[in-house]
Write a protein that binds this ligand. Structure first.
Ligand SMILES: [Zn+2]
Length: 325
């Protein structure tokens, strides 16, 4: 058995479909949350990357940042069928029913906030998912919100999968942005994505331009104050190298999202997982490599070290603050 540091969700090397390998390490030393280039206090060293504490915004972040071109390769098809779980999911398709149940639970909480604000009529509501992956959550969003649901993803294969389900779909850049910029979106959601973005200010500028005033930004992300993360530290399943480049806390997020967004709701997140997927997480915590687990259709609801956040776009939020990069 190999140590987790050499295997599950922790590797600086990407194995390509043709058998070659490429390094995921870039050279940029910058906080992906606030842009600061000040050297932070080291928190951990894993798979040749440091995790540092930014002296300006207090986020934990990866240093150096992964190479953007290598990251784009990482999120292509093998990300959803990564048997050894070096970076991706062992079998994302097998978790389809659990992804949908988890999405429904989250989106129903967010939808309550939208209906209490001055939103568009239900039949003209516009909802957009960033990082929609294979589109499993899109029918759920359609059911919960109604209206027009669209999607974007960094992976061309994911965009094709969402389009084949009948949803308007577009390719996102490495910062999570797509062509939508017309302040027409009522609800923008992204689950387990924001911690992957290497330039948060650029994403926030774009999302403030895509959302209408009072529209909601809904996301889940690991919160380092969660009891699971505090207890497990570097062994937490929240620590994924190099996919997760930022590790937030609620207080840091509230500060970083001002003045474009104001907090509307937050709660600890729970998700439905199969017993096989749960066994994989336990192996990661224990530090042993992925070994084949018997697939089981049974699923349970577990805490996942994350928080569900809903922020509301402020009236002044549309003014871009960050220079495009
Ligand atoms: Zn920072």
């Amino acid at each position: 058995m190999a140590l987790a540091g050499e295997n599950i969700h922790r590797s600086a090397t990407l194995r390509l479909p043709d058998g070659r390998s490429t390094s995921l390490q870039g050279r940029e030393l910058r906080c992906p949350a606030c842009g600061s280039t000040a050297i932070g206090k080291p928190w951990a060293h894993l798979a040749n990357f440091d995790i540092e504490n930014c002296p300006d915004c207090s986020c934990l972040h990866l240093a150096p940042l992964p190479d953007p071109d290598a990251l784009r390769l990482l999120y292509q098809s093998s990300y959803f069928q990564d048997e050894r779980e070096t970076h991706g999911y062992s079998d994302y398709a097998a978790e389809q029913a659990n992804v949908r149940r988890t999405y429904e639970k989250r989106l129903r909480k967010a939808a309550r906030l939208l209906s209490s604000s001055a939103c568009s009529a239900a039949d003209s509501l516009r909802v957009h998912e960033v990082g929609a992956a294979l589109g499993y959550g899109l029918p759920v969003a359609q059911k919960v919100f109604g209206g027009r649901v669209s999607a974007s993803d960094i992976s061309a294969e994911a965009v094709r999968a969402c389009a084949s389900m009948g949803f308007e779909s577009s390719l996102a850049d490495t910062y999570g942005r797509c062509a939508l910029k017309d302040a027409s979106i009522d609800a923008l959601y992204l689950f387990d994505v924001i911690e992957h973005l290497t330039n948060l200010p650029l994403f926030l500028d774009w999302s403030a331009q895509a959302l209408r005033p009072d529209g909601i930004l809904v996301f889940t992300t690991p919160d380092m104050t969660h009891p699971i993360n505090k207890l497990l530290g570097v062994r937490s399943p929240s620590i994924k190298i190099p996919q997760h480049v930022i590790y937030f806390t609620r207080w840091v997020l509230d500060r970083l999202l001002k003045p474009r967004f104001e907090p509307a709701f937050h709660c600890w997140d729970w998700q439905w997982v199969s017993l096989g997927q749960l066994a994989s997480r336990i192996r990661m915590i224990l530090g042993v490599s992925a070994i084949s687990a018997k697939r089981s259709p049974r699923a349970i609801l577990v805490p996942n070290g994350m928080r569900l956040f809903v922020y509301r776009r402020t009236a002044s939020g549309r003014a871009a603050i960050t220079q495009d990069g």
